[in-house]
Design a protein around this ligand. Sequence first.
Ligand code: SAH
Length: 248
Amino acid sequence: MDIPRIFNIAESAHRIHNPFTPEKLATLGAALRLEPGTRVLDLGSGSGEMLCTWAHDYGIIGTGIDMSQLFSDQAKHRAEELGVACQVEFIHGDAAGYVAVEKVDVAACLGATWIGGGVVGTIDLLAKSLRSGGIILIGEPYWRRLPSTEDDAKECLANSISDFLLLPELLASFDHLGYDIVEMVLADQDSWDRYEAAQWLTMRRWLEANPADEFAEEVRSKLTSEPMRYASYTREYLGWGVFALMSR
Ligand code: SAH
């Protein structure tokens, strides 16, 4: 079981697989006023940076589930590096349908809401693991600028304009589901660059190390086209944020 290989190649040097910097992740942790011992569940936990740094900085206890073997291994390594291996557990597996045995204080899914079939389904899934009065964290893109054509939306790697909402509409959608939005931390263009532009050097280095790999042609083509696509589309049109929600 694994994710498409291109992600394991292009994002192999990333600690955060989202348009967030370490500073923004720390800001989010501080904004949530996490107490030592807070139990956090993270579906699609990637390389575990959120759980590991929050365990280190705020004393949380965490469980992460991720489908990438590489990212799950990196998460375990990071936990050891930060000296928090006894506070966090990383499970390599499919998070679809995952419900925690013991209810958690914070249930998160950052940049992987397809796990629950979209934002609404993921909120419902996370709610099953959440103690009453707990916080749901959803990391999701929104349109900073609405694309004028469906082709422009596809250049942002969306399937269609309707995949995402404008920020006020996204907030209204949480409200309509019966949730208070109690915090949010947003990406900006510089933090998007850390996610996107950092993949280019990784791909270049990978190509140099693996010239004969059957994947080299695909990686070469992506490295050539990505900077212009990203600068013209994603960087201009797409926002991203983490939204903290509490059921009313
Ligand atoms: N939340 C992490 C990773 C976001 S990238 C971070 O912010 O760094 C999306 C992640 O979802 C990837 O790590 C990918 O491996 C994982 N993923 C994709 N489908 C999944 C599934 N069905 N179950 C668990 N993880 C999944």
